[in-house]
Design a protein around this ligand. Sequence first.
Ligand SMILES: [Mg+2]
Length: 157
Amino acid sequence: MAQSDPEDREFKFSSNLSLEEIRSDQHNFCKERNWAQFHPPRNVLLALVGEVGELSELFQWRGEVTRGLPDFSAHEKTRVGEELSDILIYLVDLAEQCEIDLPRAVKEKMVKNAEKYPVERVIGRSDKYNDYPEYLLQEAPAGEEPQPEREEGDGSE
Ligand SMILES: [Mg+2]
């Protein structure tokens, strides 16, 4: 069981920049440059994946990294912020290109996550919900082992 992190401390962002503001700014950024033609969903998705790769490079070969990145230089930490920003901008752009209302989708997904991982059942556990004994089918046929419930597309197939 994972122990609570003694270095766990409160961290907050400095502003309440909205996803809609990011969407609008990025939309206008592309429109002014006549780049909307290059931003169909597939292209934006691939750009997003590329930015995840750029972020990953900053963490590559370092071994475990401590919260707050105390072993990163100021320049490296700035670069982490830049790559995180690129990821968020492309993520919001992708949501627009897919016409997904991302703020609503995020709130709905967080509700689903809370239902899937109720505190009293999962506190201190890091395994996936469908590996919990409680989630095994209750009524397996006689002589058969109960099987974990599988959710289509959850990567557990
Ligand atoms: Mg980048």
